[in-house]
Design a protein around this ligand. Structure first.
Ligand code: NAD
Length: 259
């Protein structure tokens, strides 16, 4: 028996990084999967990889900033698997033109909020009714360690959107606590995924970030998948409303150790 045997899990942003790694991890533990993304080419790759491990899985194109798409992805879960137990609101963007208050254009702010924050709200708005109908379950919202501490490399819209995800997660956790529905935020540290490597596009920028990580390396998408698995499974049955930090010790550090 897998740790998620016969549980239905919906993952947004499943075409790459954390989403793909988590899809594979959940599949290996017996979950039935609804994968969604806007990148249908890479989404098809994830679908194939999950099918290859023998899991029941569908892929649905869904832009999380659009209510009708979120409604449709949840409807697809109901049609295919007749329920929903795990909702991983993971899709997000880090825009290259996101900077400080002076340099960030209003449309970059709006786009970031629409995907990173409104996307989580919409996932919950349409996902929670089916989860309640299915007897409850676990919601995991991907935030970030930057929601917990300021960074000298400014990404004002991104940071604010992730702070919103944390606040929303706490409130969801409290609202639904007596309905067998838990809600936690996953706060990854800097990861070796396409998102961050595109942003830190020179060796100098990468080194600038690595200096702040006590473990001296970027995290892996598979390490986030393991954390998501814990939050999704019944092993975390008394864990609710947390900022689940998986950051190699960044938020614990005042200074990092010398080599
Ligand atoms: P990634 O870029 O590999 O994956 C993000 C996925 O979201 C992509 O597949 C992308 O196509 C999808 N996406 C983008 N806009 C979308 C939309 N409107 N609707 C649906 N899907 C959309 O990056 P990742 O590192 O796997 O990021 C996953 C989550 O982790 C994000 O929320 C990100 O903010 C968060 N995070 C990442 C890091 C990091 O260092 N990479 C750190 C902390 C938090």
């Amino acid at each position: 028996m897998g740790r998620l045997q016969d549980q239905v899990a919906l993952i947004t942003g499943a075409a790459g990084g954390i989403g793909r790694a988590t899809a594979l991890r959940f599949a290996a533990e017996g979950a039935k999967l609804v994968l969604t993304d806007i990148d249908d080419t890479e989404g098809a790759q994830t679908l194939q990889q999950v099918q290859a491990v023998g899991a029941e899985v569908i892929y649905v194109h869904a832009d999380v900033s659009r209510g009708e798409d979120c409604q449709a992805m949840v409807a697809a879960a109901e049609t295919a698997f007749d329920g929903l137990h795990i909702l991983f609101n993971n899709a997000g963007i880090m825009h290259p033109e996101d900077g400080d208050a002076m340099s960030t254009e209003e449309h970059i702010w709006d786009l970031t909020m629409a995907i990173n924050l409104r996307g989580v709200y919409l996932g919950c708005k349409y996902g929670i009714p089916l989860m309640l109908k299915s007897g409850g379950g676990s919601i995991i919202n991907t935030a970030s360690f930057v929601a917990l501490m300021g960074a000298a490399t400014p990404q004002l819209a991104y940071t604010a959107s992730k702070g919103g995800v944390l606040a929303m997660t706490r409130e969801l956790a409290v609202i639904h606590a007596r309905q067998n529905l838990r809600c936690n935020a996953l706060c990854p540290g800097p990861l070796h995924t396409k998102m961050l490597m595109d942003f830190l596009d020179t060796e100098q920028k990468k080194q600038r970030r690595l200096v702040h990580i006590p473990m001296g390396r970027f995290g892996l998408a598979t390490e986030m998948a393991d954390a998501a698995l814990y939050l999704a499974s019944s092993e975390s049955s008394y864990v609710n409303g947390t900022e689940f930090v998986v950051d190699g010790g960044i938020t614990a550090a005042y200074v990092t150790p010398a080599d």
